[in-house]
Design a protein. Structure first.
Lengths: 296, 393
């Protein structure tokens, strides 16, 4: 399995898969001198079905929750061999593998200070196993384990603040991205890789199958989530907020209405109000509105 | 050179001579002294290695997995709950054919929580694909770590190896051993080289998804490799003997078996006590012997068969259980003789020394005494009947 392309197109992702777009851009930005350790999840499954592999860089998949630790071992080995300086190491996984089951390994990696970029592809549920809720599933989303029903309005919890958790480790770089803004994503990956130490990037990647939206609206959904204030694109260097993407502050309905996972909320203005509040809080916290100044 | 050392210190110093480039560490009794000593060795600048303090055993195993995948010799150690917490990664390391070496300082498993010695931890992971050695004394624990690396990294093997040493009895006891020198180790153990690794100049994908069209062959290959390991072990012990002057069979060790009418089968440090009892009983004219299993994985089926086929009464000592069924070692040894013409008339099963219950010479004498023509099934030695009567309200 020796490939020239860094991420070839022969993979088996669903059409409109946001994760496939983001993962390709990440590795193409990082370049060939990169080693990837990947958690179990959609990305690993649709890119490495033996005997094929979409990866043109050294790639290792071990388990669902340990890519941060595997990457730590790789980094140790490269340091021992005196080869770390010109090789990037990327550990990557889905939201479940990152924010839930892999949080401990990730925390260990961040705390130990390894020179590794961790990328979380956030499709807001356990997609590979069939759309179950994770700690990064947004409030009220309908998933197979947080279904809407007579006594349920979908996921009762709020999204776990992973970027803040990463930031609390005192690491030099934390950023959020969305496939709606590919240049921003590219820039942040490049920036992260120019910094020594542990870095955390979380990328919003729509999942048409799991969210029940049109496969051709992936990039559009990726923009709307940002423009409503539900997914602030922020960037921290050495603990300081250094950039925030200014937004139009569209009403959250504009974002929710195109997705089947929020369909049960459409007649429920109370519930939508709560979601609007999440957006409003983000807008206030990060100064997201175009005319406002950054208030970190 | 002869040295008096605590078992854990001896392991750490031998591992140092093997020069692992990545070591991961997480505390658990009775393993901890090993990684503490290695930490000091690295801190003193006596070993160039990346010593990585992880946040859990799951990551301890994952770190050495990653280090090994990147083409470097690695080491870690654990016990009991720590090994169980690693277990998912333990299977994964074998499936990925990475020659990780790990010391298991054998300890009972919870509940009830107990930090003392039996074999339940490593025995429970016998199906993972790792080579497993059970050592008897300080000399063996040093020597089998060297052989573990040599075997695991052999091109024809590429499987992980676990050296199982009894917690406290070996990890914390101070005893004399002939410490290998760096020169000897360098002669015996070549520096680790593999082309199957994460290398930006030759990118490969490791750990892919294998669907039903491919999975079985990967598992079959490991099973076949274990057969090769059985053949390779005598060659490696012969090389070992040439360099170090100490001879091992590597698979089994027979002690007074040839003319014996009663033979105990056991693993680990209890074999020392058994040998003492045998010496005493032999003086009284009793024909008793011991078959020590050193390599539990791969399981040396034909060696065991040859050793025991003419022995009338065999007693198997298990220091672990498969709750609800036969004890692990006894079921496997019975399987060796199934359908064979020559076999022991009686194979009895004894459970000894769980959770650190003292195994005295009397315990062993009891076992020999119970090895009558009536087969004992899962006979617990040294149970306290008064505790069994206790009632809880
Ligand atoms: C220890 C363990 N628990 C559960 C699973 C089953 N599992 C595999 S992938 C997956 C979902 C992955 O979700 P996420 O990390 O969000 O990635 P996605 O597939 O959504 O990209 C689960 C639950 C597993 N492989 N290992
Ligand atoms: Mg997901």
């Amino acid at each position: 399995m020796n490939n020239k392309q860094l991420f070839s197109s022969g993979h088996t992702a669903c059409s409109g898969c946001g994760q496939a777009i983001a993962a390709r851009l990440v590795i193409e930005t990082a370049g060939p001198n990169t080693i990837i350790a990947n958690n179990t999840g959609c990305l690993e499954v649709f890119t490495t079905k033996y005997p094929e592999s979409a990866w043109g860089v050294p790639f290792v998949h071990s388990l669902f929750e340990n890519c941060a630790a595997v990457a730590s071992g790789i980094e140790g080995a490269l340091k021992y061999l005196g080869k770390k300086d010109n090789i990037n190491i990327i550990a990557q996984g889905g939201d479940g593998g990152t924010a839930d089951i892999g949080l401990q390994a990730l925390s260990g990696m961040l705390e130990r200070g390894h020179d590794i970029l961790y990328v979380c592809y956030d499709n807001e549920a356990y997609m590979n196993t069939g759309i179950q809720r994770s700690g990064l599933t947004p409030f009220s989303a309908n998933t197979t384990t947080s279904p809407a029903g007579a006594k349920s309005l979908g996921n009762p919890q709020y999204k776990k603040p992973m970027p803040e958790i990463a930031l609390a480790h005192g690491i030099p770089y934390v950023a959020t991205c969305s496939v709606g803004y590919l240049q921003d994503l590219q820039r942040k990956v490049k920036k992260a890789l120019s910094i020594k130490g542990p870095k955390y990037i979380q990328i919003y990647v729509p999942c048409p199958l799991g969210w029940r939206h049109e496969p051709n609206s992936t990039l559009e959904v990726g923009k709307l989530v940002v423009e409503t204030g539900l997914y602030p694109l922020i960037e921290y260097e050495n603990g300081k907020l250094i950039s925030v993407r200014k937004i139009k502050a569209l009403p959250v309905e504009d974002y929710l209405k195109g997705q089947g996972r929020f369909k049960h909320l459409m007649a429920n203005s109370e519930e939508i109000k709560k979601i609007q509040e999440i957006a409003n809080n983000n807008i206030a916290k990060y100064g997201l509105k175009a005319e406002e100044a950054v208030s970190a | 050179m002869k040295e008096f050392l605590e078992g854990s210190i001896a392991v750490a110093r031998v591992v140092k001579l093997c020069k692992p480039g990545v070591i991961s560490a997480y505390p658990i009794t009775p393993q901890t002294h090993i990684v503490e000593e290695l930490a000091q060795i690295v801190a003193n600048g006596e070993l160039n290695s990346q010593f990585i303090n992880v946040e859990s055993e799951h990551s301890a195993a994952s770190v050495v997995l990653g280090g090994s995948a990147a083409g470097v010799r690695v080491y870690t150690a654990t016990s009991s709950q720590g090994l169980f917490y690693m277990s998912e990664v333990i299977f994964n390391i074998a499936g990925m054919r990475l020659p990780v070496v790990l010391t298991c300082a054998n300890r009972a498993v919870s509940a009830p929580i107990n930090i003392w010695n039996d074999h339940q931890d490593s025995i429970s992971l016998r199906d993972a694909g790792w080579i497993q050695f059970y050592v008897e004394n300080h000399q063996e624990l040093a020597d089998y770590h060297l052989m573990a690396y040599r075997l695991a990294e052999d091109k024809s093997v590429m499987l992980p190896a676990m050296v199982c040493m009894d917690g406290y009895t070996l990890t914390h006891a101070i005893d004399v051993l002939d410490m290998p020198t760096q020169e000897q180790v360098d002669k015996f153990l070549p520096s680790y080289k593999t082309s199957y690794k994460l290398d930006v100049d030759n990118p490969i994908t490791m750990g892919p998804l294998a669907d039903p069209d491919y999975y079985m062959e990967a598992r079959y290959a490991i099973q076949e490799t274990h057969k090769e390991v059985i053949k390779l072990i005598p060659k490696v012990t012969a090389e070992f003997s040439r360099v170090f002057g100490r001879s091992y069979n590597g698979l089994i060790e027979e002690y007074q078996v040839t003319d014996a009418d009663k033979v105990i089968v056991a693993m680990g440090s209890v074999c020392g006590t058994i040998k003492e009892v045998i010496n005493e009983l032999r003086k009284k004219g009793k024909k008793v012997g011991l078959l020590k299993i050193v390599s539990y994985r791969p399981f040396p089926v034909s060696e065991i068969y040859e050793s025991l086929k003419n022995v009338p009464k065999v007693g198997i000592i298990d220091r672990s259980l498969s709750l609800g069924s036969f004890a692990p070692l006894v079921s496997e040894i019975k399987a060796v003789f199934f359908g064979k013409n020559k076999k022991p008339a009686v194979i009895s099963s004894f459970i000894v020394g769980l959770g650190g219950r003292d195994i005295t010479k009397d315990s062993i004498r009891d076992v020999f005494g119970l090895m009558t023509s009536k087969e004992k099934a899962c006979e617990f030695i040294d149970l306290k009947p008064e505790l069994l009567k206790e009632e809880y309200e």
